[in-house]
Write a protein that binds this ligand. Structure first.
Ligand SMILES: Cc1cc2nc3c(=O)[nH]c(=O)nc-3n(C[C@H](O)[C@H](O)[C@H](O)COP(=O)(O)O)c2cc1C
Length: 198
């Protein structure tokens, strides 16, 4: 099968579009991911996992702090996705005028979302170009609301319905990430998460 065909099939496995937040040394940030999935079938041990590319500012913030916020978004939150997912927080404060509060773990919680999970990193897996973070969910809520609002934004819905003027930037960003990953994906490191036996 042609690699592009395989890639399109794999795309059907992607997660909803989520906002990932982090805090390190007083600096708060947020990004977008479509690689988050449930990582536990035990109701009493809720877990999620998410792949974060190493070139993203959020990557080192999460790695160093050991915690992150994960937000399910509504299918009308295109603007938020554009703000967090189309440019790095290295050069600007992406949360400056986005209503949020500090969660139980210290990571930012976005006030406006479908639902949020506050997560403590339980383990990591290196992929060469990214890290897969396994997170223990330690707190759950609905942003500032008392219950979930709206319908969850899926990756397929976002790709099909994003404003057409965003598409060139989205495609260029994806191509750059693919180039970065292609160069590093075979260089997997053995990483033992702190606190775990070596
Ligand atoms: C729809 C969408 C899905 C994305 N999925 C991921 C992902 O799963 N993992 C990742 O590392 N980056 C993903 N990104 C890219 C990051 O959100 C983007 O590089 C962001 O600018 C990183 O911000 P930061 O440098 O402030 O951390 C996605 C972006 C969009 C728009």
């Amino acid at each position: 099968m042609h690699p592009d065909e395989v890639y399109q099939l794999l795309r059907t496995l992607t997660s909803p579009v989520v906002a990932i937040t982090a805090e390190r040394d007083g600096k708060r940030n947020g990004m977008i991911a479509d690689s988050a999935v449930r990582a536990s079938i035990v109701p009493a041990i809720p877990r999620v996992s998410v792949y974060i590319h190493k070139f993203n500012y959020s990557h080192d913030m999460i790695f160093d702090s050991g915690r992150f916020g994960l937000h399910l978004l509504r299918d009308d939150q295109f603007e938020l996705i554009h703000r967090l997912g189309f440019g790095s927080g290295r050069t600007r404060d992406k949360l400056a005028d986005m209503p949020h509060h500090v969660g139980k773990l210290g990571a930012p919680v976005l006030d406006d979302c479908h639902a949020h999970f506050e997560c403590a990193v339980a383990n990591v897996m290196d992929t060469g170009s990214s890290t897969c973070f396994l997170g223990d969910v330690v707190e759950v809520g609905y942003g500032k609301a008392s219950r979930p609002t709206g319908v969850v934004m899926t990756a397929a819905y976002f790709r099909a319905n994003m404003p057409s003027e965003w598409r060139p930037e989205y495609e260029a960003q994806l191509k750059a990430a693919q180039r970065f990953a292609a160069e590093r994906s075979r260089d997997i490191k053995s990483v033992v998460w702190r606190g775990l036996p070596a």
